[in-house]
Write a protein that binds this ligand. Structure first.
Ligand SMILES: *Cc1c(COP(=O)(O)O)cnc(C)c1O
Length: 368
């Protein structure tokens, strides 16, 4: 049986590459403009070679340095928190809430008050819109404003998702995107920093280009990074963004397919939009299996799929549970840990075929 992967995007084929290297000029500028138009809401975009680099730049431009504290969603991929450590700052992890599985606003505020009481106000907040699901961004933005703390949105998994019609990545002081190969659109690697003004966009450009001063010779007044996106990859990104709306529909259709399968199964719940304010691309469809109610466990399902060469994967292991962050401070009662224990990401690629879906549903239906 052929392999069904967790998150296949459309393959980058010869057609995608046609014209990218030769015919197009200034792909990079074009891709940044495409993203600014797509995101709207006063967005100024600098593309980078990875999403991780974009988070690093957001933190640098926010003035984060050694010894600062940064509040960070615990339930995420480690790319979110690594750049905090690159800067010698300290990540403080915040648990998730039950509706969106993203940062809990109540715990966030508790953490801020507690950190202030202990003598240090955190310098930034990084919230993540995981698996395509918008976080409770209105509450979180409000808290960031009240306490005067910079808000960075990791929208790597949620390009095209919206809250009250506004695109994820445009609420904070900064947003970041990723075009890694498993994301909803890919440039075969790449990322973007979304800023709120031209000045920060230019700062990001400068830092991503080895902080090269505007001279006819090489002069540097600051330490920079080689974080530029390649012009050829930007050309791939430009082609892919044309298909974004159709990929969103395909991923949402996948989610409906799974919803249908599990609709009458007690103890199995899908990550779902809490209200009409939330629009998720459902980049990945995730289920939570409460094996005290069901007759099977998350691992039973994962193994059965694997035996048929179908990839599925437990949800992200929260950062506060990672060996590398074993001494980090954490606010919460480990809801994210229970998600890691019970949750599974199901195959959600935009190229799943009817045959693929029949194989998957045959295996899942045998359990329910
Ligand atoms: C993919 C991803 C990133 C960025 O990853 P890059 O591979 O560096 O582009 C950041 N945060 C999350 C949550 C991600 O899934």
């Amino acid at each position: 049986m052929s392999r069904i992967k967790l998150s296949d995007s459309e393959p980058i084929n010869e057609d995608t590459l046609k014209g990218v290297a030769s015919g197009y000029e200034n792909n990079l500028k074009g891709f940044e403009e495409d993203l600014e138009v797509f995101l709207s809401n006063n967005s100024f975009v600098t593309c980078t070679n990875t999403g991780t680099a974009a988070i690093h730049l957001a933190l640098i431009i926010s003035g984060i340095s050694k010894g600062d504290e940064v509040l960070c969603q615990s339930m995420t991929f480690i790319a979110t928190s690594n750049p905090i450590v690159y800067l010698g700052a300290t990540p403080i992890f915040i648990d998730s809430e039950e509706e969106t599985w993203n940062m809990c606003p109540v715990l966030l505020e508790e953490a801020i008050q507690d950190r202030i009481k202990k003598g240090k106000k955190p310098k930034a907040i990084i919230v993540v819109h995981l698996y395509g699901m918008p976080a409770k961004i209105e509450e979180i933005s409000k808290i960031a404003k009240v306490y005067g703390i910079t808000l960075i949105e990791d929208a790597a998994e949620s390009l095209g998702s919206t809250y009250k019609g506004q695109k994820c990545g445009t609420f904070g002081d900064f947003g970041i995107l990723s075009f890694n190969t498993n994301k909803i659109i890919t440039a075969n690697g790449g990322g973007a920093l979304v800023c709120k003004d031209e000045e920060n966009k230019e700062k990001a450009k400068y830092l991503s280009n080895q902080a090269r001063d505007d001279r006819h010779f090489y002069q540097h007044s600051q330490i920079g990074y080689n974080y530029k996106m390649s012009d050829i990859l930007a050309g791939v990104g430009r082609k892919q963004i044309n298909f974004l709306e159709s990929y969103i529909n395909l991923r949402r259709n996948n989610n409906n397919f799974y919803k249908n399968i599990f609709k009458e199964t007690k103890g199995v719940s899908l990550l779902s939009e809490p209200s009409n304010d939330f629009f998720s691309t459902h980049w990945l469809t995730c289920v939570k299996i409460c094996s005290n109610i069901t007759s099977f466990t998350r691992e039973n399902i994962r193994q059965a799929l694997l035996e048929d060469n179908i990839e599925s994967r437990p949800l992200w292991k929260p950062m506060h549970m990672q060996p590398v962050f074993k001494n980090a401070i954490f606010y919460g009662d480990n809801f994210s840990g229970s998600l890691f224990e019970k949750g599974l990401c199901l195959p959600s690629g935009s190229n799943l075929t009817i045959d693929d879906k029949n194989r998957i549903s045959g295996i899942l239906r045998a359990f329910i």
